[in-house]
Design a protein around this ligand. Structure first.
Ligand code: ACO
Length: 371
């Protein structure tokens, strides 16, 4: 038995939800470029969960179900208020809150298909509320209740800032949610599938997935990109900064991908949004710096930008705190995790690979008093 490091190239599951073929990403066969330009996030959620685009009535029903389930149990809000949140990363808070949500759900361990779908609705609806509530409570502000007349993208920005976002903000944020919704067997989705393949519950699967997304090699990279842009500070420092990183063999956050070779098809959409939004907010230098970094990393290292690179300056332009970038990724990706969890349950087999043993050969046990 020989191990494949990082399971590179291993096909670990079948899926009908999304595909990456020749650097093209599709959700259920629809090109991500079309969905990014035309679809609402709710349409994409429906697509991922039902494997077809909704008609108007189906979409309205889903929106209604989501809106009805956005409020949080008071206990989740109270728990946030109990902690001293200054040094708590919002991804840790989200991970804990989602696990806590399971305690309030009478159907948490009911495994019937309909019950699992109802839980999917609750989780998709409540995760944006959790992220926005945490962001406010840690600043000493009261959480803002969701509005019944707003979609998920607008509602999240509204709950975060306490004022209705304008159309440009909603359009940009909706597009970001669509682009991040699913991505075949990425690390967090695989984690979710491994977890529920033991027939554990949905809350456990999503909690595990959030833990995997948190890492800087996966979803955590978008926050690190903003940290890099802030650290560099101005365009004239970019070359020195990058060359030192290259010399030290350090990774440049927001670049590289296990599957894409020519480039991440989501990045161009975020790049366009970054150009527009940084100009609108009077901070075009974040876009200009990003373009220069991309040129150098691509030409000198041959490594293209991934989804996280331009999403950093997009979220910054939307006035979002930098440590909320990865939780926002979760607000979107939970739709994909849930789709994969439902798919896993529908045709389950426990996921139990093997390991190549590289430890010592057979040893003779020695009693502790003789060691
Ligand atoms: N900066 C500099 N060099 C890089 C980068 C990078 N961002 N990414 C890969 N490389 C180099 C590696 O150093 C390695 O070089 P070597 O062969 O000379 O040792 C080679 O390219 C292969 O890299 P691996 O890390 O082995 O590639 P892997 O497929 O395992 O990792 C990953 C993919 C984790 C995305 C990696 O490219 C990375 O760490 N990127 C930075 C973090 C990041 O942006 N993550 C977000 C990914 S998208 C997402 O999850 C949402």
């Amino acid at each position: 038995m020989t191990a494949t490091r990082g399971l590179e190239g291993v096909v670990a599951s079948e899926t009908s939800i999304s595909s990456i073929i020749d650097d093209t990403l599709t959700y259920v066969g629809y090109n991500i470029d079309d969905l990014a330009d035309h679809a609402s996030f709710e349409e994409v959620i429906y697509l991922l969960w039902h494997l077809k685009l909704p008609n108007q009535q189906e979409l309205d029903e889903l929106k209604q179900q989501l809106i009805e389930n956005m409020e949080l149990p008071q206990g989740v809000i109270d728990a946030f208020k109990l902690y001293s949140l200054q040094n708590v990363h919002p991804m840790a808070a989200l991970r804990t809150a989602v696990s806590q949500l399971g305690l309030y759900d009478d159907e948490a361990d009911i495994m019937e298909k309909e019950a699992n779908y109802r839980k999917a609705i609750r989780l998709q609806a409540k995760i944006p509320t959790i992220v926005a509530a945490f962001a406010r409570i840690r600043k000493g502000l009261d959480p803002v209740s969701p509005r019944k007349d707003l979609g998920l993208a607008a509602n999240f920005l509204y709950m975060l800032k306490g004022k209705e976002p304008d159309d440009i903000e909603v359009e940009a944020f909706n597009k970001a949610l669509v682009l991040h919704a699913d991505h075949e067997l990425n690390a967090s989705t695989f984690t979710a599938r491994v977890c529920v393949a033991t027939l554990s519950d949905i809350y456990s699967g999503i909690t595990a997935a959030i833990g995997a997304l948190k890492g800087p090699l996966h979803g955590g990279a978008n926050e690190q990109v903003m940290k890099m842009l802030t650290e560099i500070g101005s365009a004239d420092r970019i070359e020195d900064y990058l060359h030192e990183k290259f010399r030290n063999k350090e990774k440049i956050m927001g670049f590289g991908h296990r599957v894409y070779r020519k480039g991440d098809p989501r990045a161009k959409h975020l790049k366009k949004m970054s150009e527009k939004l940084t100009k609108l907010t009077g901070q075009p230098y974040y876009y200009d710096m990003s373009v220069k970094i991309e040129q150098i990393v691509t030409s000198e290292k041959g490594i293209p930008a991934n989804v996280d690179f331009y999403s950093a300056s997009v979220y910054h332009s939307l006035g979002i705190d930098h440590d909320l970038f990865t939780p926002i990724f979760a607000v979107s990706r939970v739709s994909g995790w849930l789709a994969h969890i439902l798919e896993q349950y529908s045709n389950n087999r426990i996921i139990r690979p093997r390991a190549e043993y590289v430890g010592p050969g057979m040893q003779t046990y020695v009693k502790i008093e003789d060691r």
